[in-house]
Design a protein around this ligand. Structure first.
Ligand code: ADP
Ligand code: MG
Length: 265
């Protein structure tokens, strides 16, 4: 039987704001993430997706309700969670190799061990020839690959990714999406992925949660049973893919319309 990697129950998150009035970013959200699942949270900008991931990574605590990682708090699970946030977090004064080895340094690995591990993950991400370069010498796609290699070098069992490929061109994005699916499979990862791109969500996931509103909550859940392995170009023009995308998109636009006229759904 599959266990739950995460359990969120009645989670409300209120954040402080500069004008003094607290802002409710997430309102009464409950869902579970199964172990080895690829779950994607999709929704418009500002609906609280990043705030939810911050709570799942232990960076912030919910104001109400609970977030559990297995049976523990996310902070207790930290060694098993890899979090790739929206921000570019590579250190500009470190080479590619040193950026990837950085987390291993904090875990107490010797220089020889951390370089050996880092090189293995750089190889896996197709970056072996770039280890001496600095972040400003890399393309956007290469920077993302370095971030992923750095996170995977810590051998997480859970990966949280916040719009990792949003700024990239379509071709690079599709290649990285397929690479991510291979890593998920090879490393038996549990992935929680955030995006505002519906076709990306459908292509990658076992299940899509649609968020809406401000404060955000879960509007609907869509199981994605498209066969794997998936290849973007052969899948995105299939009838099943288009039907799914159409039904999620129509649900999304319904909730946007409802919000515009101020009706509570
Ligand atoms: P999304 O990732 O879906 O675009 P966010 O989770 O970033 O949305 O933001 C949800 C709401 O919370 C927004 O109104 C945003 O302005 C607000 N918010 C996000 N982070 C903070 C913060 N650190 N302090 C105060 N308000 C925040
Ligand atoms: Mg965000």
């Amino acid at each position: 039987m599959q266990t739950d990697a995460f359990v969120l129950e009645d989670v409300t998150i209120t954040l402080p704001s500069v004008d003094g009035d607290p802002l409710m970013a997430v309102n009464d959200v409950s869902f579970r993430v199964k172990s080895s699942e690829f779950l994607t949270i999709v929704g418009p900008s500002g609906c609280g997706k990043s705030t939810l991931l911050n709570a799942m990574s232990g960076l912030i605590a919910p104001s109400h309700g609970k977030v559990l990682c297995g049976n523990d708090s996310p902070v207790e699970c930290l060694p098993t969670i890899g979090y790739i946030s929206q921000a570019d977090t590579l250190l500009p004064w470190y080479s590619v190799l040193d950026n990837v080895a950085l987390g291993l340094r904090f875990r107490g690995f010797s220089k020889k061990q951390r370089y050996a591990e880092a090189r293995q993950f750089l190889h896996q991400m197709g970056l072996s020839n770039y280890e001496t370069l600095y972040p400003h010498e890399l393309s956007g796609g290469m920077k993302k690959r370095v971030s992923i290699a750095r996170t995977l070098a810590l051998k997480p069992s859970i990966l949280l990714l916040d719009e990792p490929f949003a700024p990239l061109d379509a071709f690079t994005k599709e290649t990285l999406q397929e690479d991510l699916l291979n890593l998920w499979d090879d490393m038996n990862l549990t992935i929680v992925y955030v995006t505002h791109d519906l076709s990306e969500a459908i292509f990658l996931s076992d299940r899509v949660l649609l968020m809406h509103g401000a404060p955000g909550n879960i509007k609907a859940e869509f199981p994605i049973t498209l066969p794997r392995p998936r290849h973007y170009h052969s899948l995105k023009f299939t009838e099943d893919f288009i039907t799914l995308e159409t039904s999620i998109r129509s649900m999304l636009s319904q909730s946007e319309q409802t919000e515009k006229v101020g009706v509570v759904v």
